[in-house]
Design a protein around this ligand. Structure first.
Ligand SMILES: [Ca+2]
Ligand SMILES: [Ca+2]
Length: 402
């Protein structure tokens, strides 16, 4: 069994290993090391040997995923954003995947590239501007599926939130849109350079939509992971989607061996449900036990909820009640890695805001600690340096028994 985010393994090994030894098999951090212990021999904690069930000892370090790269500091989804993320100590880098017209997987959060590239200022592409319905939402702009890779590579990335992240915007115009292959190669190089096996967590965006365009991405993603030696059960690669059907297909039909993550949102339907006319399987249903069991049956290992699915946000933006999401998921052997911790006040729960200035940094570390206390196994953040610092401090405190 695969445990891409290994905290649960050590934290619960004493309690759970007897009942389900394979389910929570400890892995080396980021997996893949040939010397990792077998499921029958849980890894010894590095700090004082814990009594069975004693809290605060031998906690594995939850992993920090650099959301779209170090996207708080560089234009998102650029090689520069990933390099900086690894320099800042991120354990895992996140490319989002969409397709070009000629079927190449490239790294953007949306197939609409109006907001993250200079395409709108390119007269040669003025006639590519279109209005389309993507996942049921009408959008006007420029779309990756209307560009060949060669055309796309002439564009330059820009900061999506220039008014919020002015420093990042100063890098506008410097970087290309990377292919998935380029990000995979960068991961390999950075792993060699740092001596740390860097994880990668590609997300297949708009799966049903791209199938409808005749540009299915899943087969290509598996093939590319295979080529890079990352299609293994203990892979440092983990594949994500906001739809379940393509994860089921990847796990059960397309030969994906690497772990998978089902992402969710606090409201609405995954688009595969909508496209199938399924009025039951909305994201709220996937939070129920029946829903989580179905996710598990699709071969999924990790849930990627939005923060408020774990700790509710009150109407005025403050910390609300903790839900049973983490406990429910853990009971079924699913890990929980929520998104997105962003340091600017406007993105924080009001308890952690530092001022009225929406763009000033607040106490993201404090907010992260709250979620670590709630039992998350890893986290996505736009500021990996701050995320790593928060996680390291928390782990240190846990191991001191605080
Ligand atoms: Ca993503
Ligand atoms: Ca497909």
């Amino acid at each position: 069994m695969r445990t891409p985010f290994p905290r649960r393994a050590a934290a619960l090994s004493a309690a759970v290993a007897v009942a389900a030894p394979a389910l929570f098999a400890p892995t080396a951090l980021a997996g893949g090391a040939p010397t990792q212990p077998t499921p029958e021999a849980p890894k010894a904690p590095s700090v004082d040997a814990p009594e069975s069930g004693t809290p605060g000892t031998g906690i594995e370090r939850p992993e920090v995923v650099a959301h779209r790269g170090a996207s708080g500091y560089r234009p998102e989804h650029t090689l520069a954003a990933y390099e900086l993320a690894v320099e800042q100590g991120a354990d895992v880098i996140e490319p989002d995947l969409v397709s070009t017209k000629d079927g190449v997987l490239v790294d953007r959060h949306e197939n609409d590239i109006t907001g993250t590239t200079d395409v709108a200022e390119r007269p040669e592409f003025a006639d590519r501007k279109k209005t389309k319905v993507v996942d049921g939402v009408e959008q006007t702009g420029w779309f990756t599926e209307d560009f060949t890779l060669d055309e796309l590579l002439t564009l330059r990335a820009k900061e999506r939130l220039p008014e919020v992240r002015g420093e990042s915007a100063s890098y506008d115009g410097m970087y290309q849109v990377p292919t998935f292959a380029a990000v995979l190669m960068l991961r390999e190089r950075l792993s060699e350079e740092t001596g740390r096996e860097i994880g990668i967590i590609p997300e297949i965006k708009h799966s049903t939509y791209f199938d409808e365009q005749g540009l299915s991405m899943e087969e290509k993603a598996v093939a590319q992971l295979e080529v890079m030696g990352l299609n293994t059960e203990d892979s440092v690669a983990t594949v994500q989607s906001f739809e379940l059907e393509n994860l089921r297909e990847l796990n059960h039909e397309l030969g994906l061996k690497a772990p998978t993550v089902f992402l969710s949102w606090y409201e609405g339907f995954p688009y595969d449900s909508t496209a199938a006319g399924d009025e039951v399987r909305d994201y709220a249903w996937y939070e129920t036990e029946a829903g989580m069991r179905e996710i598990k049956a699709a071969g999924v290992d990790v849930l990627g909820p939005e923060l408020s699915q774990i700790i509710e946000k009150t109407e005025d933006g403050a910390v609300g009640a903790e839900t049973s999401f983490v406990d429910d998921a853990h009971r079924l052997g699913l890990e929980v890695v929520p998104y997105t911790f962003r340091a600017e006040n406007q993105f924080l729960y009001s308890d952690f805001q530092s001022s009225e200035d929406p763009n000033e940094h607040g106490d993201m570390a404090g907010q992260i600690r709250l979620f670590l206390d709630a039992g998350i196994d890893g986290l996505f953040t736009d500021q990996p340096d701050l995320g790593v610092e928060a996680v390291d401090g928390w782990v240190e405190d846990q191991n001191r028994g605080r």
